[in-house]
Design a protein around this ligand. Structure first.
Ligand code: IMP
Length: 452
């Protein structure tokens, strides 16, 4: 059976802790989209593991799979694996042969396109992580990408690169005016250099028996009775189809992506559980609207600073301070519908303790009309005025340890009222409540694997 974990908002909802927790009940943890733009922090017995590519289940001795829907930077992959090994872990990671490879020229082009957009007054800059994600997915859709399987076949690798690199060089030089013949970018556009380096990455993958035909591999594991946990990266509002286009990532973090991005049928994913991870407030890295953003007045900025510091809201991958806003329920209704949530987990409720006001955006006013979900365009979303509901804040003295030990009834009454409201609005159940960064600091109300 499968459990799929999906970010309900803009990424950084604290998915890692739950994937790690429930991953303990799975046999295989699968990433189905994204690459090293993701930032998962898993805290185990006070030790922090920062992962951007390796599935977080690998910290718990599970098989971690990077599905065909992922884009893989082999340099990052091996750096992370080597670091984890140095920390005493022995991660078992398999990579789909159909997954696409992030090449050095993708990163250069990601950077230079963002710079160009930043210089343009129309405000098109996405604020990407600079990891080459967009350009790699472009090449996949454009049928000129390099796949993991190509790294295992030096002739195929040379053939693909001989076609694509001159195009990339022309793009860099003629469109973006970059000198790539000499200097820091030269090796990123040099076919011989790339064939040599990426052929070696392929050789290491073959030596460590890491590559799989993902669909067959997962089929065999399921036949053998294994349970799968799908680990979505990023979140619904940065999904390339369902998010806030163009301020999105280039893949599908929503639950449909799990089927396409791993070669397991939608009926399999749909018979399982789909859990939306919600942060009790909003944070956003990068550009784009945020209707509930706390940035209008000095008092709002103070509140945002307080939440940012207390919640450690700085990008895991880039270190950038995250923008902060109140919880946005229209966004969650949209997420619940797109992915078909069977349950939610609400994280970071401890960060909101001790506030003297607590608001939730219940609906939007758009051009004089009240709406309950997110409109299709960024321009409309930017015009949405939040219609807030006030909630009773919970105290700084809340006894979270008691709630972890005794269950949901031991949560403060105010927190319970907030969670009941959310469950009713999303027509789903709350499975877990995060009350601190450590995996143990979770009040578990239901384990999705027990629901199957
Ligand atoms: P890209 O995925 O690097 O192309 O960036 C596209 C957008 O998605 C930018 O706004 C990024 O800040 C955002 N983004 C990408 N990965 C994450 C993530 O793991 N958490 C939150 N935002 C992300």
């Amino acid at each position: 059976m499968t459990v799929t974990i999906v970010g309900s908002q803009l990424g950084d909802e604290g998915k890692g802790a739950l994937v790690d927790r429930w991953g303990g009940d799975a046999d295989v943890v699968v990433r189905y989209q994204g690459g090293d733009n993701a930032g998962h922090t898993v805290v185990e017995d006070g030790t922090e593991y920062k992962l951007s590519l390796v599935p977080s289940g690998a910290v718990r001795d599970k098989i971690g799979v990077l599905g065909n829907g992922c884009v893989v930077n082999p340099r990052t992959l091996f750096d992370e694996l080597d670091d984890l090994r140095e920390q005493g872990l022995d991660p078992d990671v398999r990579i789909a042969r159909r997954a696409h490879v992030i090449m050095p020229y993708h990163r250069v082009l990601d950077g230079v396109e963002e710079e160009t957009k930043a210089d343009d007054e129309s405000g098109q800059e996405v604020g990407t992580t600079g990891r080459g994600i967009g350009p790699t997915y472009e090449d996949k859709a454009g049928r000129r990408g390099v796949r993991i399987a190509d790294l295992l076949d030096p002739d195929a690798l040379r053939e693909r690169l001989s076609y694509v690199v001159p195009q990339k060089r022309a793009l860099a030089e003629e469109v973006y005016g970059l000198d790539v013949s000499t200097g820091e970018h030269a090796s990123a556009f040099d076919v011989d250099h790339l064939v040599a380096e990426y052929g070696q990455h392929g050789a290491r993958m073959a030596e460590e028996d890491m590559t799989v035909n993902c669909s067959d591999f997962l089929h065999e594991r399921r036949q053998a009775g294994d349970d799968l946990l799908y680990e979505g990266a990023q979140g619904t509002m940065i999904d390339v189809d369902h998010g806030n286009f163009p301020f999105v990532t280039s893949s599908n973090p929503t639950a449909g992506g799990a089927a396409v991005g791993s070669g397991v049928g939608p009926t399999v994913v749909g018979q399982g559980e789909v859990v939306g991870i919600v942060k009790a407030y909003l944070s956003r890295v990068g550009s784009g609207p945020l209707p509930t953003e706390l940035d209008g007045t000095d008092r709002e900025e103070e509140l945002a600073d307080y939440i940012r510091e207390k919640g450690g809201e700085f990008g895991t991958v880039t270190g950038r301070p995250r923008r902060i806003g109140w919880l946005d329920v229209p966004m969650l209704r949209h997420a619940a519908r797109v992915s078909g949530f069977t349950g939610i987990a609400v994280n970071h409720v401890d960060v909101l303790a001790g506030l003297d006001e607590l608001k939730v955006c219940h609906a939007y006013e758009l051009d004089g009309e009240r709406i309950e979900t997110v409109p299709a365009t960024t321009e409309e979303w930017a015009r949405c005025e939040p219609v807030f509901r006030e909630f009773e804040p919970w105290s700084e003295d809340a006894d979270w340890d008691a709630a972890v030990a005794e269950g949901g009834d031991a949560l403060p009454d105010e927190t319970q009222a907030y969670l009941t409201y959310l469950a009713e609005e999303l027509d789903t159940e709350v499975y877990a409540v995060g009350v601190g960064p450590d995996r143990a600091e979770t009040v578990e109300l239901a384990n999705p694997f027990d629901r199957l």
